[in-house]
Design a protein around this ligand. Structure first.
Ligand code: PAF
Length: 283
């Protein structure tokens, strides 16, 4: 089947109710576009595990708490369509904001926990915006499976919680972070980095990799020395550098080690570009 591009709700609804698609197992890959190999890892898994693959490209305005960040978000729709069509995804849904949020739209998901830590601290309302759009996409597309990257671990965690709390009939599957040869986690925002900034960003992963559970046990001040290394490599600002339990997002307590595994989480600015990463700590 050739890839169908749905630019409005009507075309999407018609496609989803067509004889070729109805009653098939739909897999969803929600994206904001500027497609890279990290997205394609989600798409590949979706193509493998579902009968119909729907990729959405929508820069969701309500998850941005900063207008400049929204207007600077990279976009490459034509290229994205090309790449996704070559992958033979079934439907690409590219709605306009006014159709997703028509005048008078006033219903938002409110999160009572997990949105005030890590990225939620500096990006107020971000996860409410993510949860609202993801729920809306689930309602519109009715997927059996949806795919999210581990790179946005807090987002993945919150969406899994949304699905549990609201008894949604969707299986949320995570896909490992895809990295370039230097370990830099692939992200649409990497396109905003200058060559020099990219070199700096490429050091982040190897510095994080130096932290292990064994080290934490010996050196309680390990995060301070890690921060120092990051600054000395040229990172402009560390927004957070934290270790948390993977399953609960509870913060690491240096006095006790319980309920492994732990993950290290980071958000930095390199120049003006905000980058995040996380990884499981080894023993
Ligand atoms: O991860 C993203 O690209 C976005 O937060 C998502 C899940 C597509 C919701 O807008």
């Amino acid at each position: 089947m050739a890839t169908l591009i749905a630019r409005n709700l009507k075309t999407l609804e018609e496609a989803l109710s067509s004889r070729k698609i109805i009653n098939k197992k739909i897999g969803l890959v929600p994206t904001m576009g500027a497609i890279h190999d990290g997205h394609l890892a989600l798409v590949d898994k979706c193509l493998k595990l579902s009968q119909v693959t729907v990729v959405t490209i929508f820069i969701n305005p309500i998850q941005f708490n900063n207008k400049k960040d929204l207007s600077n978000y990279p976009t490459s729709i034509r290229k994205d369509i090309n790449i996704l069509s070559k992958k033979k995804v079934d439907i690409i849904f590219i709605p306009k904001a006014k159709e997703v949020y028509p005048i008078g739209f006033s219903t938002f998901i409110e999160l009572k926990s997990f949105d005030n830590i890590l990225c939620g601290k500096s990006r107020r309302g971000h996860f409410s915006g993510v949860a609202t759009v993801v729920l809306k996409l689930f309602c519109l597309i009715n997927p059996k499976i949806a795919f999210f990257g581990e790179k946005d671990y807090q987002q993945l965690f919150i969406i899994k919680k949304l699905v549990r709390d609201l008894n949604l009939n969707v299986n949320v599957l995570e896909v490992k972070t895809v990295r370039d040869k230097n370990g830099l986690a692939l992200s649409s925002r990497n396109r905003l980095l200058s060559k020099e900034e990219k070199n700096i960003a490429s050091k982040i992963n190897s510095i994080l990799k130096e932290v292990s559970i064994k080290d934490l046990k010996i050196n309680k001040a390990i995060l301070q020395s890690t921060s120092k290394k990051l600054y000395s490599e040229g990172v402009t600002k560390i927004e957070y550098l934290e270790i948390r339990q993977e399953k609960s997002l509870e913060i690491w307590n240096p006095k006790q080690f319980k309920n492994k595994p732990y993950r290290i989480f980071i958000a930095v600015r390199v120049g003006k570009v905000r980058l995040i990463d996380n990884m499981r700590l080894s023993d």
